[in-house]
Design a protein around this ligand. Structure first.
Ligand code: ATP
Length: 329
């Protein structure tokens, strides 16, 4: 963990990368804890785009009314190519310095944290990260803000699909989000009683899934649900259905859940997580700590160096997939 000695009076908060339900609850916590600690708090719009283009506004207590239950992010989020270059970061740092902003809270994923780490390394602007992504793929935190909501949204859809699958004795392949990460797929698969779960790491094969389905049919099962993470290309479920048809003759219906998993009112778990993490981020800055992310280990909040967070891969929980296989008999 890095430390700094400058007394802070103005902090900025921004959301960056993909939006996630609960980001607003985190912003609210940063603003209200910051103001309670006699800090001035500024909202930076659209992540690093607002930092580079100087779209920075003061936030007051009342600006946070009625935001805790709202999905998305009131500060907007974006991806900035300009900020990827040293000149873009220099422009952003100059804007922050001109606005008198002493320190930042970054709510986002690992790409956003790479940017935050660069701001500290290159311009000595202290940043504390708060993990906000539906993918839960951030090393150093058991849970990220938005993951619980996304899992529950997908689960609700799968329960509905199960009704129609059971009524028509059908095989369904449901595609959930997760380009590089299998956390939504493994959690939704276990909670939704899926026969097989395909994650981007390719642990499960089509042959294995076919064997599972056939074993189920032999035991009297008439409908099955397979879950797949989208992987590199949304629509992977269609490729799987094709492959299953070619290799076994079985016909599979496909349902791609898509962006609905990103939206919606955050669950209680995400609101609580976001509120605790947002508050802890401000506390860390007040203690002179930076270049860290607030994470969770079980119920406990922890701090993890950003460099470690961005350089380490968080592995999919294979045990959840094995358990889902075992239970879907
Ligand atoms: P999600 O996991 O939801 O995609 P993320 O934070 O990982 O969120 P990215 O698109 O990877 O999303 O990153 C968000 C922004 O962070 C980028 O658009 C870019 O401006 C900045 N960023 C990413 N990587 C770096 C880097 N290596 N150096 C500087 N800035 C970066």
């Amino acid at each position: 963990m890095a430390t700094f000695s400058k007394k802070i009076s103005k902090i900025g908060v921004y959301t960056s990368g993909g939006d996630a339900p609960g980001m607003n609850a985190a912003i609210r916590a940063v603003v209200r804890v910051g103001i309670a600690q006699k800090l001035e708090v500024f909202g930076i719009h659209s992540g690093y785009i607002g930092m580079v283009d100087n779209i920075i506004q003061p936030l007051q207590l009342r600006d946070m009314a009625n935001v805790i239950q709202r999905g998305g992010t009131i500060l907007k989020t974006a991806r900035s190519t300009e900020f990827m270059k040293p000149e873009g970061r220099a422009k952003a740092a100059a804007n922050l310095k001109a606005a008198g902003i002493d320190a930042l809270v970054c709510i986002g994923g690992d790409g956003s944290f790479r940017g935050a780490h660069a701001l500290w390394e290159e311009h000595q602007i202290p940043v504390v990260g708060v993990p906000g992504t539906i993918d839960n793929d951030i090393y150093g935190s058991d849970k990220t803000i938005g993951f619980d909501t996304a899992v529950n949204t997908a689960l609700e859809a799968i329960d509905r699909i199960r009704d129609t699958a059971a009524s028509h004795d059908r095989l369904f392949i449901v595609e959930v989000m997760g380009r590089n990460s299998g956390f939504i797929a493994s959690h939704v698969g276990l909670a939704g009683g899926a026969e097989e779960i395909f994650t981007p790491d390719g642990l499960t094969t089509v042959e294995k899934a076919i064997d599972h389905i056939k074993e189920g049919i032999a035991r009297g099962k008439t409908s099955s649900i397979l879950i797949t993470a989208e992987g590199q290309k949304p629509g992977r479920a269609y490729d799987l259905a094709d492959s299953i048809r070619k290799k076994s003759g079985m016909d599979a219906k496909v349902s791609i859940l898509g962006h609905q998993q990103r939206g919606g009112s955050p669950t209680a778990a995400d609101r609580i997580l976001a509120s605790r993490m947002g508050a802890a981020a401000v506390d860390s800055l007040l203690k002179g700590q930076c270049d860290i992310m607030i994470g969770t280990e079980g119920e406990r909040l922890v701090t993890v160096p950003l460099d470690l967070v961005t350089k380490t891969e968080k592995k999919t929980q294979i045990d959840l997939i094995s358990l889902a296989n075992l239970l879907a008999t």
